[in-house]
Ligand binder design. Structure first.
Ligand code: AMP
Ligand code: GLY
Length: 470
């Protein structure tokens, strides 16, 4: 049985016709003002990123819901459910998501997180003739396996850090013997953002590899760290660059900066991301030629490689880049939007992505507008629960949201949030993302910190230097 959280979204702009489509699917059909049935878009996922997807897709290039579409989120969260219908799937897996999409008769499914992509959700939906936006499992290995990613970089001749792939600690020892400098140890598989450790010496890297491989017991991340990638530490300026890829061409979004460490001045443990700003390009090269170079040196070779393998890459491709002097090197690829980059980029870019996503899902090439030029200066500050990233405290009451005004200039993105009759509570590590726009990035940053002032919960953690950290 599929259960709906109570939808609170205003449907004023729709003429609501009970079950107007087939009589018994349990969902109301909405009709746009011109009488055509609204498209049903299903966003899979439960975080701030999915909230940002839902808002952008619902609003098109505007800042209010459009009448030709209806957006649902599965499973969503208690905060998103205040403005979108959130659907709890029968199971949080591929079969569960497919059954929701079928029941909903979705016109398009947009997959937010990496896990269902690596587990085959896109193919499973397509096999039921449901249009799905996201890469297939072959392409999703780019994020699902760090060693696969390295192989792609090597074969596509994309610059990345020197590396080795190991399943034995003795081989790590020989590889690191007599080596100086910093090293980065990465579990091969998906570890929910915890599988990368930056080490200042070869000795430390060896110890981390030992733990990950589990030579003293079971592997630290189970199957995900039966194999590790050990790679050279790259100095430089980090940058997140994302593109909507149609199999042939990468259509770039504005560059963004994500702040991964928990504390100010880039101290403390790595997190999923404590805030983001866009557009933000801290390199000594004008934006336009730099982005063209990144497209030609990184994105296009990867797309050509996948096409040659018979798996055109269709979906969002996220490149975590390190830029040093002129060199652009890839630290990681993700096969979906980043979180919180999505909140900054998607909300900051007033473009109607829906026709493009539908075309890409149908295997068509798109003539996308230059998304990267459309992004308004945007900042998102993440408010995290106490204990995050180790063990986030749940059930804390969130105060002050009544005084928070969503507008074209400020938005609250809901992530680890649950709701009951008493209101909203924390239910995960990253709880909220407070977004603001401005005429310039410094103004957007100032506005975000101003906008978050009324919002609080016990033990709330946030960084005060989003967009300004070194
Ligand atoms: P990843 O998940 O691979 O992006 O790694 C998480 C973070 O670790 C990145 O955002 C970087 O800050 C850092 N990192 C990863 N690989 C390297 C590298 N080779 N050199 C320097 N920093 C790295
Ligand atoms: N913010 C980085 C990520 O989503 O992986």
């Amino acid at each position: 049985m599929i259960s709906l959280l109570q939808p609170i979204r205003s449907c004023d702009s729709f003429q609501n016709v009970n079950d107007g489509d087939d009589g018994d699917d349990g969902f109301d059909a909405f009709f746009g003002k011109d009488g055509t049935m609204a498209k049903r878009i299903l966003v899979i996922g439960s975080g701030g990123r999915e909230h940002a997807w839902a808002l952008r897709l619902a609003n098109g290039a505007t800042s209010a819901p459009m009448t030709d579409r209806q957006v649902f989120v599965c499973p969503g969260n208690g905060g998103i459910a205040q403005s979108f219908e959130c659907i709890t799937p029968p199971s949080n897996d591929v079969a569960g998501f497919v059954s929701v999409a079928q029941k909903l008769q979705a016109d398009l499914v947009v997959v937010g997180p990496e896990q269902p992509l690596t587990e085959g959700l896109v193919e499973a939906l397509e096999s039921q003739n449901i249009l799905a936006f996201g890469p297939d499992t072959f392409c999703a290995q780019l994020e699902g396996s760090k060693s696969f990613m390295k192989t792609v970089c090597t074969e596509a001749q994309v610059a990345t850090a020197a590396y080795g792939v190991f399943d034995s600690i003795d081989d790590v020892k020989s590889f690191l013997a007599d080596k100086m400098g910093g090293w980065v140890v990465k579990a091969d598989g998906l570890c929910a953002g915890k599988g990368v450790t930056v080490c200042t010496s070869a000795q430390e890297a060896l110890e981390v590899a030992e733990q990950m491989l589990g030579t003293q017991g079971t592997p630290l991340f189970g199957e995900a760290s039966q194999k590790v990638v050990v790679e050279a530490f790259l100095p430089g300026t980090e940058l997140s660059l994302l593109a909507l890829c149609d199999g042939e061409e990468a259509h770039l979004f504005a560059p963004a900066r994500d702040h991964k460490q928990l504390q100010d001045a880039n101290k403390g443990p790595n997190t999923g991301g404590m805030g983001a700003v866009a557009p933000c390009l801290m390199v000594n090269e004008p934006s336009e030629p730099f982005l063209l170079r990144a497209k030609n040196e990184v994105f296009q070779p990867v797309l050509s490689w996948f096409k040659e393998q018979g798996h055109p890459y269709r979906g969002i491709l996220y490149a975590g880049l390190m830029v040093e002097n002129d060199a652009i090197r890839v630290l990681e690829f993700n096969v979906r939007f980043g979180d919180p980059e999505a909140q900054a980029i998607l909300w900051g870019t007033p473009a109607d992505l829906l026709p493009d996503l539908m075309a890409v899902a149908q295997g068509k090439q798109i003539d996308a507008p230059a998304y990267e030029k459309k992004c308004e200066p945007t900042c998102v500050v993440v408010l995290a629960a106490p204990g995050y990233p180790q063990k986030a405290q749940k059930g804390l009451t969130i105060h002050g949201l009544k005084d928070f005004e969503s507008s074209t200039r400020s938005e609250c993105f809901f992530a680890g949030v649950a709701r009951d009759e008493d209101g909203l509570q924390t239910s995960g590590g990253r709880v909220l993302g407070i977004g603001a726009k401005g005429d310039s990035l410094p103004e957007a940053i100032k506005n975000a910190y101003e906008a978050m002032k009324p919002v609080h919960f016990d033990g709330m953690q946030w960084r005060t230097d989003i967009g300004t950290a070194p």
